[in-house]
Write a protein that binds this ligand. Structure first.
Ligand code: ATP
Length: 234
């Protein structure tokens, strides 16, 4: 078994500088590992820190202490000490992240939005276009929308464009924050299939899924997230 993600004694605390510096812990000594070909689901009540953990795994948040190691080109690299340049390289080649909402870029078509991560790897335009079109088709995004910027798309259409963008590269590690939240049953099943396929090709997947059905279909394991004894400090 190949360990792809190794989290060790992770501590994350937020400090609200505009609220008199009040600070509170969200993640307390979190440790776990995820192997290639495994899908683990973060489990905890609302506000327990699931998204915070996922964003920390994407190096959006810097923890106060602990380690987050990702296998990138064969070696485990600690994201908590990696340089900005290393983090960008890891995101480009190794680490995919599907957030809850699409970050809409004005004037850029849905097809281009989906193609971009593959283009950034130096893949030729035709291959990128074919791969992006195939994903948009699978996710039932009507072809009439492909050449329009997604800013006017419905919530579910934007989410499907976001999912296509997240799956256009065969990332070795995938982080999924509620990818099925605004989807109907048919499209939810397409996303479940895409996640299954990613797992089968050996991706390590960490997800947040509130839908119990989706969790049951996908979870090899759940990782409890939570801090029942939050202590506030000024
Ligand atoms: N950027 C931030 N600054 C300050 N506090 C934050 C920040 N992000 C999250 N928090 C706080 O950290 C706690 C955990 O939030 P988080 O979004 O990780 O929870 P969650 O488990 O994903 O919740 P949900 O299931 O409702 O989406 C919450 O109390 C939230 O208010």
């Amino acid at each position: 078994m190949t360990v792809m993600i190794q989290v060790e004694n992770l501590n994350k605390r937020f400090t609200l500088h505009n609220q008199g510096g009040v600070s509170y812990p969200v993640l307390n000594n979190v440790s776990f590992e995820v192997n290639a070909g495994e899908c683990v689901v973060l489990d905890g009540r609302s506000g327990s820190g699931k998204s915070t953990l996922l964003r920390s795994l994407y190096a959006n948040y810097k923890p106060q202490s602990g380690h987050i190691r990702m296998r990138h080109q064969g070696a485990l690299i600690d994201l908590t000490t990696a340089s900005a340049r290393e983090v960008l390289a890891i995101r480009r080649q190794t680490l995919g992240y599907v957030s809850q909402f699409l970050r809409v870029i004005p004037r850029v078509s849905a097809l281009e939005v989906v193609m971009e991560p593959l283009r950034n790897l130096g893949v030729d335009r035709d291959t990128c276009r074919q791969r992006a079109a195939s994903l948009l088709q699978q996710l039932n995004v009507p072809e009439t929308l492909w050449h329009l910027p997604p800013s006017t798309f419905s919530g579910g259409e934007q989410q499907r464009v976001n999912i296509a963008r997240g799956f256009v590269v065969d990332y070795p590690v995938l982080l999924l924050d509620e990818p099925t939240a605004s989807l109907d049953a048919q499209n939810r099943d397409v996303v479940i299939t895409l996640i299954h396929q990613a797992r089968q090709r050996g991706a390590a997947i960490v997800g947040i899924f509130h839908d119990a059905d989706v969790r049951d279909h996908l979870a090899d394991r759940t990782i409890p997230v939570g801090n029942s004894n939050r202590e506030y400090a000024a």
